[in-house]
Ligand binder design. Structure first.
Ligand SMILES: Cc1cc2nc3c(=O)[nH]c(=O)nc-3n(C[C@H](O)[C@H](O)[C@H](O)COP(=O)(O)O)c2cc1C
Length: 196
């Protein structure tokens, strides 16, 4: 058995990319506010490796407020056609400006303008207001590159715990749990099986 959850994640993710009808990189992101109240929503995985799992969002959003108050998160992938689940838990950090810029530059122009137009999680009196803001941004950046908005960027979840769940016959499902052996240094993993 591998003792590296990242290479196992890579192989499951590659299989999901080949088999899922859409959004194999969609994952539920759970946060909690300062009172410990949980909230969950979907986001897209935009980078991953031994240092963690990255998504991008508006830093004025409700999830960003939660993460500012409580810098811990959980992620969940469910790949239905493979009958697999991956759970990831750990502290969260802000992705560097350079890394966020590089990802923003790789997006389509409409997505870039949308990031400027959106005030994510704020009340919106009418859809037409958002559309008008989008048009205003088209005008503002006409003929030039769209820079990354200061309120938009990435977050990285650095896992302390990763669990892989695989459906097996007769409900004898398999659960492999990887936990960091040293939380301080973020090195080394212990692996065990859990009752399904
Ligand atoms: C499949 C899917 C992928 C999504 N990906 C993202 C994403 O990568 N970033 C993001 O900010 N919102 C994404 N959303 C929208 C979020 O689920 C959510 O509605 C929004 O970010 C506001 O969440 P908040 O109010 O908890 O901050 C996605 C929604 C779906 C259904």
């Amino acid at each position: 058995m591998t003792t590296d959850p990242f290479s196992l994640f890579d192989s499951w993710f590659a299989e999901a990319q080949a088999s899922e009808p859409n959004d194999p990189n969609a994952m539920a992101l759970a946060t909690a506010d300062a009172q410990g109240r949980p909230a969950v929503r979907m986001v897209l995985l935009k980078g991953h490796g031994p240092d963690g799992f990255v998504f991008y969002t508006n830093r004025g959003s409700r999830k960003a407020e939660d993460l500012a108050a409580n810098a811990q998160a959980a992620l969940l992938f469910h790949w239905k056609s493979l009958r697999r689940q991956v759970r990831i838990e750990g502290p969260i950090s802000i992705v560097s400006d350079a890394e966020s810029d590089a990802y923003f530059d790789s997006r389509g122009r409409d997505s870039q303008l949308g990031a400027w137009a959106s005030e994510q999680s704020r009340p919106l009196a009418a859809r037409s207001i958002f559309e008008a803001r989008f048009e205003a941004m088209q005008f503002r950046f006409e003929g030039s590159d769209v820079p990354r908005p200061p309120h938009w960027g990435g977050y990285r979840v650095t896992p302390q715990r990763i669990e892989f769940w695989q459906d097996r016959a007769h409900r004898l499902h398999e659960r492999r749990l990887f936990t960091r052996t040293n939380e301080e240094e973020s090195v080394g993993w212990a692996e065990g099986l859990l009752y399904p």
